[in-house]
Design a protein around this ligand. Structure first.
Ligand code: SF4
Length: 192
């Protein structure tokens, strides 16, 4: 049997596991939760402040986008086969780009995934959602696979998702009342 070829994104997943530890099987008692929440709090404050700063300066935003878009296209193109949708969700999809799904599905597989885990459209390929699930369970933030991801805002296509993340342009606000953010909450609601 031939050894499976490791893609760059697969290696990145392994690196994350080395640095942060393995996901899912960790219990609350084992997780350095307070440390993690503290860091998440700082990162979120910094993101908010820098995002506001950039967003209030459209010229700066355009310049940053011009500089960062090619860098993002090159690096993420090589690593993740990125097609620059402008609102990156790699973090919650096991570092597998959902835009590589021939149907562009961002919230899990279609009904056509085959029993052996291959794609309905390209039977020679593994379903990207099977791959995403297997990789996500190895990550320390494995629970993020259940996050409900918004539809693609095509007006952001081609722009830097790094800038859109900072300026929060990647956060679609439908104007609807609060909605569950996780598929698990949806299942709980359905069963109640
Ligand atoms: S989700 Fe979008 S930005 Fe992220 S890797 Fe895929 S195409 Fe690129």
């Amino acid at each position: 049997m031939q050894p499976a070829t490791k893609s760059p994104s697969h290696l990145l997943t392994s690196l994350s596991v080395c640095f942060y530890g393995r996901g899912r099987e960790k219990t609350d008692a084992e997780s350095p939760r307070s440390w993690r929440s503290y860091n998440v709090g700082i990162a979120s404050t910094m993101r908010h402040a820098s995002g506001q700063f950039i967003r209030s300066r459209p010229r700066l935003e355009r310049v940053l986008d011009r500089i960062l878009s090619p860098a993002e296209r090159l690096t993420k193109g090589l690593l993740f086969n990125c097609s620059m949708c402008g609102q990156c969700v790699l973090h919650s999809t096991g570092m597998v780009c959902p835009m590589t799904c021939p149907k562009g599905l961002r919230n899990g597989p279609c009904g056509g995934v085959r029993l052996d885990g291959t794609c309905e459209v390209f039977p020679e390929r593994e379903c990207i959602w099977v791959k995403a699930f297997h990789r996500s369970v190895r990550l320390p933030w494995s629970e993020e696979i259940h996050v409900l991801r918004s539809p693609v805002d095509w007006t952001l296509e081609g722009s830097s998702s790094w800038i859109n993340f900072l300026t929060m342009r990647d956060q679609i606000n439908s104007g609807c009342a609060s909605k569950p953010e996780s598929a698990l909450d949806m299942v709980a609601l359905d069963g109640s």
